[in-house]
Write a protein that binds this ligand. Structure first.
Ligand code: MLT
Length: 409
């Protein structure tokens, strides 16, 4: 008799975005003629940059000849990509990393979900609220979250980020061992200044807290004063793991590639207080459970850092950030309260007339055929908000604003 991991039974039936997809499908069945505009899940719409495609074509050809064929690659990633990551994403910001500190993967979702494998089941977890659901759900699965009571997991420390505190989280009131931070933030689209991030690093240093820093949206930062990496803060290598993704940077949501930085200075502890390098544990976990990202994908990711790749990626990011500007202006014109969207591809809307997140979601879908993501799906402090993404097509984005103005004005 195979006994199951009963923690899975505590989870709501569906992952947030699967739940929304189901609701859209049932709407489509009853309203087959309506043209839905999808600004819900943060999936990109613009094609892969030419430099990436060319590199991937060439990599396919490599696979077709005996001399350049690649079988299993290193589980940690090929050095050509790791070197490009270190040089362009870190050295350029004055951050020194060794190749052995960077682990290429199939994306930040997998890594943020899997990282818990190397940590004990009874660590206490802190999250900013609202939060990317993967951090919570993956901790529920391993028994760290407790039980769901009134929309909150009993063993999770929620750090509210709302209009009232300008979406800047306060230090937690209760002890946490592991803290998730995502900046630029998904879902609120807000950012932290260097000073604010420093407060968190110093807190982690003083209290032996491990920070999981998700920087999947750093490429969208427009303001040069906002940090792209937590390692821009002194001492962060002692307390933080950083997750990055090519999904939102270079259109890899369907290709799958990201990476995780686990500095060698970063230690966890055994129950009897012995320090252990988390880098060693993650390396061990990856070598056992992961066989590396495909050679073709990694060649594509490497091309993101070529001069042509950089220029093309910049153009795509400008495209989405122009969407964000169009949306922000349009929504403000509708009289809505809007946050985010300046240094991130997400806009966080306060629902009008105090509507609940789901009520506003349904009204949007049924009355103007626009899909957003209900804020409460990201956690209790998301109630009364809705998230729209700037990853839509320009035409759809403009059409969505026209529909909203007609509807709300
Ligand atoms: C989102 O919409 O929050 C993201 O697309 C989800 C993800 O990156 O997995």
């Amino acid at each position: 008799m195979a006994l199951i991991n009963e923690h899975y039974m505590k989870l709501p039936n569906n992952y947030l975005f699967s739940d929304i997809a189901k609701k859209i499908n049932s709407f489509k069945v009853t309203h087959p003629k309506e043209k839905i505009i999808r600004l819900g899940i943060g999936d990109v719409t613009q094609p892969l940059p030419a430099a990436v495609r060319e590199a991937m074509h060439k990599a396919v050809d490599d696979m077709g000849s005996k001399e350049t064929f690649h079988g299993y690659g290193p589980e940690q990633g090929y050095s050509f990509l790791i070197d490009a990551i270190i040089k362009n994403d870190y050295a350029s910001r004055g951050i020194t990393l060794e190749p052995g500190e960077v682990f290429v993967s199939d994306g930040a979702k997998s890594d943020t979900g899997n990282i818990g494998d190397i940590l004990r089941h009874d660590n206490s977890i802190g999250v900013t609220d609202p939060v990317y659901p993967v951090y919570i759900d993956s901790n529920v699965m391993s028994g760290r979250a407790g039980i769901l009571e009134n929309g909150k997991w009993s063993d999770v420390v929620y750090i509210p980020c709302t209009e009232e505190n300008h979406f800047i989280p306060d230090l937690p009131s209760r002890r946490v061992d592991i803290l998730y931070l995502c900046y630029p933030n998904n879902p609120t689209g807000t950012t932290l200044t260097k000073e604010e991030l420093k407060k968190w690093v110093n807190y982690a240093l003083a209290n032996d807290v491990l920070i999981m820093y998700d920087a999947a949206y750093e490429a969208y930062i427009q303001d040069p004063a906002i940090p792209h990496s937590i390692y821009e803060i002194k001492g962060a290598k002692k307390v933080a793991i950083e997750f990055r993704s090519f999904s939102k940077t270079a259109g890899f949501t369907g290709i799958r590639c990201g990476y995780t930085v686990v500095p060698k200075e970063l230690n966890g502890f055994t129950l009897d207080g012995q320090r252990v390098q988390l880098n060693k544990l993650w390396n061990r976990r990856q070598s056992t459970k992961f066989n590396g990202t495909s050679y073709i994908t990694q060649r594509g990711a490497e091309a993101v850092y070529s001069p042509e790749g950089k220029a093309q990626v910049k153009e795509i990011i400008n495209y989405y950030m122009t969407n964000a500007r169009i949306m922000k202006e349009g929504l403000l014109e509708c009289g809505l309260h809007i946050y985010g969207g300046d240094n991130a591809p997400y806009l966080w809307i306060k629902t009008p007339h105090g509507l609940s997140s789901w009520k506003f979601f349904k009204k949007l879908l049924y009355e103007v055929n626009i899909v957003g993501t209900p804020g409460v799906g990201f956690g209790p402090s998301g109630e009364g908000y809705l998230r729209l993404t700037a990853f839509g097509d320009r035409e759809d984005t403009l059409e969505a604003m026209t529909r909203l103005k007609k509807w709300l004005l």
